[in-house]
Design a protein around this ligand. Structure first.
Ligand code: ZN
Length: 368
């Protein structure tokens, strides 16, 4: 699933590889994080452990890239062994979704919301083991009949329950299948232009941390929680509350915030001054990406420029959040200095340069 090519691709792959451990290597994960993390992983409820490390949060971020449905949840399924570790109602173990979602009325009436499959299925499904708050009406009995028909063939086995990845025939997770699915889901919702397709094809080819790339990716798909998007999704109901913090009568869209806002333009100009580039602010971020990409035909330099592109977006967004949520005001020049230093740290593993070289001659360092 979650993604590919060169270095950042590898970053992402590492992220997902860890994720897969969680899905299919319970012992591995439990050994590292303790049993709490395993117990906290509740796919149907989508409850993610608060003490999880950053890769888990990265994945959660991509999970929310799709608003209409939980694509990640749909891609995993519980394969039943002895039925002891799978919740009968809440986990997706048969028919593509949780029984709670298939039969909400019956779930509502159940006295056993936490019941495990092994308590309901012995030799086969035993309908007498389900207890209801009251007697069922006829139409509810009909629903119960449908539920029974769905699970009557289920037989338990002498092995543990486990997660399987249903985008591959063998049930094993793969980065490419996850990425392909997510790309299809997003592109169905937001068809991309030829230019967009070109950018999405290259966007993961960067040594930036996976969470930074995931952020850029969501931005290009217009999935950031900007004010205009929050209003469009009815999270914010006041239409007057869409204005950019720094501009009068300018809606805070992703493109405005990260590219056309005066603050963002100043940051981009200062970054380009450092890179010895003359920038003309383009109409959108796709143009800007391809411009950065096209500055050089040297692969190392291209990666260097794209890493700057990613990190500049990320730091402008962070500055916006700091202002909204912490009331912190940052100067564009401060942001640029931050980008230079952080970006230098990220690049140490691929182009070891001294900081003063980096600050004075970034292009020279890209080539190392
Ligand atoms: Zn603005």
């Amino acid at each position: 699933m979650t993604i590919l090519m060169i270095f950042s691709f590898i970053n992402f792959k590492q992220t997902i590889s860890k994720f897969i451990f969680l899905l299919i290597g319970r012992e591995v994960v439990t050994a590292r994080y303790g049993t709490q993390i395993y117990l906290s992983v509740d796919w149907p409820g989508c409850i993610f452990p608060t003490n999880s490390s950053t890769w888990w949060k990265d994945l959660r971020g991509l999970d929310s890239a799709v608003i209409s449905h939980n694509w990640l949840l749909e891609a995993v399924e519980r394969q039943i062994g002895n039925g002891r570790n799978t919740n009968f109602w809440l986990q997706n173990w048969i028919g593509g979704s949780a029984l709670r979602d298939k039969f909400p009325r019956l779930y509502l009436l159940s006295e056993q919301k936490e019941i495990r499959i092994s308590e309901v299925v012995r030799e086969s499904f035993d309908r007498s083991r389900l207890v209801w708050r009251r007697g069922l009406f006829q139409w509810e009995e009909d629903l119960f009949g449908q539920l029974e028909a769905l699970i009557m063939e289920v037989r338990l086995r002498i092995c543990d329950d486990q997660w399987v990845w249903n985008l591959e025939d063998d049930g094993n997770f793969s980065v490419s299948s996850a990425y392909d699915r997510l790309a299809v889901v997003l592109q169905n919702a937001n068809p991309v232009s030829a230019m967009g397709a070109l950018v999405f094809d290259k966007i993961w080819s960067s040594p930036a941390p996976s969470k930074i790339i995931a952020f850029s990716w969501q931005l290009l798909y217009d999935r950031l929680p900007s004010k205009t998007n929050l209003y469009r999704r009815s999270v914010v109901l006041d239409s007057a509350n869409q204005e950019c913090l720094r501009c009068v009568a300018k809606p805070e869209s992703g493109t405005h915030l990260l590219l056309h806002c005066d603050f963002a333009q100043t940051v981009w100009r200062e970054v380009c001054k450092w890179l010895n580039l003359d920038i003309i602010i383009p109409p959108n971020l796709f143009f800007l990406f391809l411009w950065f990409y096209g500055v050089s035909s040297n692969k190392k330099v291209q990666k260097g420029f794209l890493l700057i592109w990613h990190s500049t977006l990320w730091f402008i967004w962070k500055a916006r959040n700091a202002r909204i949520f912490k009331n912190e005001m940052k100067d564009p020049i401060e942001i640029v200095e931050e980008i230079k230093v952080i970006r230098w740290r990220w690049s140490l593993k691929i182009s070891p340069c001294l900081l003063y070289e980096w600050l004075q001659l970034p292009r020279y360092c890209f080539r190392r």
